[in-house]
Design a protein around this ligand. Structure first.
Ligand code: GCU
Length: 621
């Protein structure tokens, strides 16, 4: 296949493409498939869902992959062989057919009590028949699997993916059979220092195949990827590109926007790519009018229809401009946990409920923390008119000097950008959260910032930083001084004044200043409260304490002249292994404005009031 990875990605991440090229050659020499380029807009394709009950084997000692000497298994003892004893005396020590089931998509932790704290390997098996149409290619698409996934089809390895929150594909055109296919995954979520995220997080390490699994059929030469957006800073010019994948790379392609009576035809080059730009009279997408257009992309054999909004996002000094006008981002931080049940969220319904709660708060913006949430969430934000901050899990103390850790972080960022770059709602890529300043850290983050800017120049790049404090007489001075902010378009800052540091009343004497002429989003602030736990405003863990903290935070935020958004921590109480206080936390972080049972705490209404008052303002003053 000529195109090894989307040319956008090629320019943005030559090392990754080189790695892919080398691994494709290596894989090919070992008869193994390899991670294929991500296919854009699955929803518009002919697909078959493989979701449902999968057979599983829980394998804490990885006996399905390694022998007792720790050597990789290649014989029938390897679980991916799905081998059955051929005679009564044959030794086979595993059996998918009698080992139980788990739902896919779904984390394993909340499906079985015994797996709540489980970290390690689980083997998944799914059998299926598939009659491939003539002159078509078939891909296996995974929305996500946490943390690593080794994938096997019919007893042969397809490849391995690392990173628990981004999609991956494998081409199985020459491997799929009409009947009796068995797809096996070894999913492992063991934490390790060199991983992204690393060993320490304040969220539950949900393991499993956490998002949908799909068979996708496309023509031999198909439209693999495209970008159709307003040119940066314009609301009159569309700029974009299209990438073909297959034998016929040089051909005519057409972009149609029927509702705007637009139809443009272009010629792709030898690499199957075309860049285009044309004037267009389109209604800009915004939270108040989330206008999506049906955009049709056609080539000789392929036809894709996507729902795309057109908007421009940029900064000017301390202002964030949406469609050229200053905007204040009234937001909330969200973890990817289902609203009305335990465990990872993944569906449209999950997304709709969480975003409806955010809208009830008065939000026009959400921070999806601390890792890429599902595509369903970003597409729902497109539909519902909610602006989005997405983040890669470069969280706390990553191994900054480990080149594989850097490559891993880059891969996750590239996969996120490839998946969501046509979503109008998505305005900010965040490359990190609360990372301690050091030279190796600065170098690491700088490379991610460059990757985001070069892969997608239409969006803004940020990071959740931690400003430094100093006493100034009887006032508290907090200054944004982090050197990395120099390379960011928007500064994010996490502060817990009144909870982890200082008293609530100290917020009344707190002043934020900045070394940079850039907009600030206060990306985290908050306090823990157990729903229904009442007392006076000085008593921690009560709703009254949290309510009081929000009141003083809001008053302090109003005094920050360069503040252009807030995403308090956090919409809903969420599971965390770091939260052990019995009767209060019980392994939940209780900083939600809504409890894990959907009950609104008093502070919910303080923020709602603040957002009501900031409805039509560019600044919260
Ligand atoms: C941190 C961190 C969050 C964490 C929160 C808290 O700032 O970014 O992931 O949950 O603080 O302590 O509640």
């Amino acid at each position: 296949m000529k195109t090894l990875c989307g040319t956008g990605a090629l320019m943005a991440n030559p090392l990754r493409c080189l790695t892919i090229a080398i691994s494709i050659l290596a894989a090919a020499s070992q008869g193994r498939a390899q991670i294929a380029p991500l296919i854009q807009d699955l929803a518009a394709r002919s697909t078959v869902s493989l979701d449902g009950q999968w057979q599983v084997i829980v394998d804490p000692y990885d006996v399905g992959a390694f022998d007792y000497r720790g050597q990789p298994l290649k014989n029938n003892a390897a679980f991916y062989k799905n081998f059955k004893p051929q005679s009564k005396s044959e030794w086979v020590e595993y059996d998918f057919d009698t080992s139980g089931h788990l739902n896919v998509p779904g984390d394993w932790n909340t499906q079985r009590e015994s797996l709540l704290f489980y970290e390690g390997s689980v083997w998944y098996k799914r059998s299926f028949d598939y009659v491939k149409s003539a002159n078509k290619r078939v891909f296996l698409h995974f929305g996500a699997a946490n943390y690593t996934a080794s994938v096997y089809l019919n007893g042969e390895e397809l490849g391995r993916h690392e990173g628990g929150f981004t999609p991956f594909d494998f081409e199985i055109t020459d491997r799929v059979r009409p009947t009796g296919n068995f797809l096996i995954l070894r999913v492992n979520d063991a934490r390790a220092k060199e991983n992204v995220p690393t060993v320490n997080t304040d969220w539950w390490n949900y393991g499993g195949i956490t998002r949908p699994v799909t068979l996708v059929e496309v023509p031999e030469t198909f439209i693999q990827d495209y970008s159709v957006q307003f040119e940066k800073g314009s609301i009159h010019q569309v700029k974009g590109w299209l990438q073909l994948n297959g034998p016929q790379l040089r051909q005519s392609v057409t972009i149609r926007i029927p509702e705007a009576k637009l139809s443009k035809t272009f010629e792709t080059d030898d690499t199957g790519r075309v860049e285009f730009s044309f004037a267009a009279d389109l209604t800009p997408w915004s939270p108040t009018e989330p206008k999506l257009y049906s955009v049709e992309l056609s080539s000789a054999a392929d036809h894709v229809v996507d729902r795309i909004g057109f908007r421009s996002i940029s900064v000017r000094g301390t202002d964030i401009l949406l469609n050229g006008k200053p905007i204040f981002l009234r937001g909330i931080s969200i973890h990817e946990e289902a609203a009305t049940r335990a465990g990872r969220a993944w569906s449209e319904d999950d997304a709709r409920t969480l975003l409806l709660w955010a809208k009830e708060l008065g939000c026009n913006f959400v921070r999806l923390a601390h890792y890429p949430h599902s595509e369903a969430m970003v597409r729902m934000a497109d539909e519902m008119g909610v602006l989005v901050w997405e983040e890669v899990p470069v969280y706390w103390t990553i191994q900054w000097e480990n080149p594989e850790t850097l490559q891993n972080a880059k891969n996750q960022l590239s996969e996120l950008i490839t998946r969501d770059h046509n979503r109008a709602a998505l305005i900010i890529y965040s490359v990190a959260n609360e990372t301690p300043i050091s030279e190796p850290r600065n170098k690491f983050l700088s490379q991610l910032i460059q990757l985001a800017h070069s892969s997608d120049p239409t969006r803004l790049v940020s990071a959740a930083l931690q400003a430094e404090e100093s006493e100034a007489g009887n006032r508290l001075s907090v200054r944004l001084n982090d050197p990395i902010a120099n390379e960011l378009d928007v500064m994010g800052n996490n502060e817990y004044i009144g909870w982890y540091v200082h008293r609530i009343s100290d917020l009344d004497v707190t002043d934020f200043t900045s070394r940079y002429d850039k907009p600030l989003i206060m990306s985290e602030f908050g306090a823990d409260a157990l729903f229904g736990n009442h007392g006076d405003a000085q008593t921690r863990w009560t709703e009254e304490y949290q309510e009081s903290l929000y009141m003083h935070q809001v008053a302090m935020l109003r005094r920050i002249p360069f503040l252009r958004g807030t995403t308090p921590w956090v919409l809903k109480d969420f599971r965390s292994p770091r939260r052990t206080l019995p009767g209060i936390e019980d392994y939940f972080n209780r900083k939600g404005l809504v409890s894990d049972h959907g009950e609104k705490k008093k502070a919910f209404f303080v923020l709602q009031q603040f957002y009501r008052e900031s409805q039509n303002t560019q600044t919260p003053q």
